[in-house]
Design a protein around this ligand. Structure first.
Ligand code: GLU
Length: 504
């Protein structure tokens, strides 16, 4: 394949849904696989939906994921600008060209007239009447009222330009995922192409820019499928049909129960993130949780997204980005929606934590210790990470699993010791603690512990759990003598003595 150019074209309207990141990922994998370019284009022509900060947030999400575009508003490129609002001037000519050729028309209807039309045609079979081939001749536009049009234009009456959808034509195209797709144009409305303020709508801008930016393959969510016929006609009407990109409409990401598209609200209700990173709405100040802050590694996030709609055809589930670049193919992307399963998502993260080196994990988990107000010495944390990482699913779990290495546990489950406690045991611990050397490693501590237990006629096995609870606070953690070695002898003695006093 030659000169592959793909694009991710988000509208900066809020947080980035995981489905959006999956679209980025599939674009990126395809581009890398074919030595092509991956472009980020910001589709900000809808001023009403524009949210300040959303563009920077999208860039930050891509940076977090390590999916850097080759061309974007941030890095520029040969087809700049990459922000549609900055390209405003170039769209109107294309809209006029369409009007002149008879493929589009001026429409002067006021919002009240549009509302009136909807009320008039609303019925049980047609609950939301649209501006289409059946209705257009009853409205105020250059097709229905050619004689008035010139007058209205001269008088400066506000207008939009609408596409004139054919009454009854079959539009078809080959989708790289869905195969042959057919539409009857009679079902589509006459979409607005150019708004009264001179801004293009998404429909015009996406076609013009995909053309001007020489996009060869267009990946986008399945929710855009109904817009495809209008887009395909625009490619044809503008005379560019032979340069139209190949389409790939990606399967929806579904709610965990499989009923409907996964929304931000489902995440809020079920307690899992849906956005890539935390997103704070600038108007309401409300923050929606992101995978990053929840403690996902970007490697795991990408891996789980890759598998939401694709598989390699083998048992393999864990893939690095490089492996994905090598193995990803559109033939293996399925048409059906992919159910989102948060437990499975966490499993990917756990696997990636296991796979990751201490050097990789350390800088990511230190902030969680800081947030928890724990001063974790990085060197000691580096020793601790390999001991506890098997028990961590999300990055904040390192704090839960590792806090006791850095501070005396606030709460100790002494009750769990009490049940099987005895004066012999009390005496044993007292002596072992008193006789602890200045410094010792896990192996020698274990040896002395077992020897002294045998000498006192006690089963070492029955003493290990109390020791663990004394040092850790509860019944968890890695090898108890390794813990003692890391926290040091003075701290070990202190923790034991503290509980012995409570138990005495
Ligand atoms: N601007 C559209 C969006 O927000 C892009 C759709 C497309 O890729 O064509 O999703």
């Amino acid at each position: 394949m030659e000169n592959v150019r793909v694009r991710f074209a988000p509208s900066p309207t809020g947080g980035l849904h995981l489905g959006g990141v999956r679209t980025v990922l599939y674009n990126y994998l395809f581009a890398r696989r074919h030595n092509g370019q991956f472009i980020l284009r910001i589709e900000d022509t809808d001023q009403n939906r524009y949210v300040p900060g959303a563009e920077q947030y999208i860039l930050d999400c891509l940076t977090w994921c390590g999916l850097q575009p080759d061309e974007s508003p941030a890095v520029g490129g040969p087809y700049a600008p990459y922000r549609q609002s900055e390209r405003k001037a170039l769209y109107a000519d294309y809209a006029r060209q369409l009007v002149e050729a008879g493929y589009a028309y001026y429409a002067f209807d006021t919002p009240e007239e549009l509302e009136e039309m909807r009320n008039r045609f609303r019925s049980e079979e047609n609950p939301s009447p649209q501006y289409d081939s059946r209705i257009r001749m009853l409205m105020n536009n250059s097709l229905a009222k050619p004689d008035e049009t010139q007058k209205w234009l001269e008088a400066g009456k506000p207008y939009v330009i609408r596409i004139r959808m054919p009454e009854n034509e079959t539009v078809h195209f080959t989708d790289m995922i869905r195969g042959e797709v057919h539409f009857n144009t009679g079902q589509s409305d006459d979409k607005v192409l150019l708004k009264a303020d001179g801004m293009p709508t998404y429909h015009l801008a996406v076609v013009v820019d995909d053309y001007l930016m020489k996009i060869t393959h267009a990946f986008r969510g399945e929710e855009w499928l109904p817009s495809a016929p209008a887009h395909i006609l625009l490619w044809r009407y503008l005379g560019w049909a032979d340069q139209m990109p190949q389409w790939a409409h990606l399967p929806l990401i579904l709610k965990p129960d499989g009923h409907g598209k996964l929304s931000k609200r489902d995440g809020d209700a079920l307690g899992f993130p849906v956005f890539a990173m935390n997103w704070t709405d600038p108007k309401s100040g409300e923050t929606t949780a992101g995978f990053r802050e929840r403690g996902f590694l970007p490697e795991a996030f990408l891996n789980l997204l890759a598998m939401l709609g694709w598989n390699a055809g083998t048992e393999q589930e864990i893939f690095s980005l490089d492996e994905l670049i090598e193995q990803f193919s559109l033939e293996r992307v399925h048409k059906g929606g992919a159910k989102f399963d948060f437990e499975k998502a966490k499993w990917f993260n756990q696997e990636w934590i296991r796979k990751s080196s201490t050097d990789r994990l350390l800088p990511l988990i230190l902030p969680y210790f800081e947030q928890a107000g724990i001063q974790a010495d990085p060197e000691r944390l580096g020793t601790v990470v390999p001991l506890i990482k098997d028990r961590c699913t999300l990055l904040p779990d390192f704090v839960e699993q590792g806090a006791f290495f850095f501070r005396t546990p606030e709460q100790v489950d002494a009750e769990s010791i009490k049940a099987k406690w005895s004066t012999d045991k009390q005496a044993f611990f007292q002596q072992w603690a008193d006789e602890l050397p200045e410094k010792a490693d896990a192996a020698s501590l274990e040896q002395s512990f077992k020897e002294k237990a045998a000498a006192a006629n006690l089963k070492a096995g029955e003493l290990m759990l109390p020791l663990r609870v004394m040092l850790v606070g509860g019944k968890f953690g890695p090898g108890v003598f390794a813990i003692a070695e890391i926290i040091g002898m003075a701290e070990t003695r202190k923790r034991i003595n503290h509980i012995l006093t409570a138990l005495a």
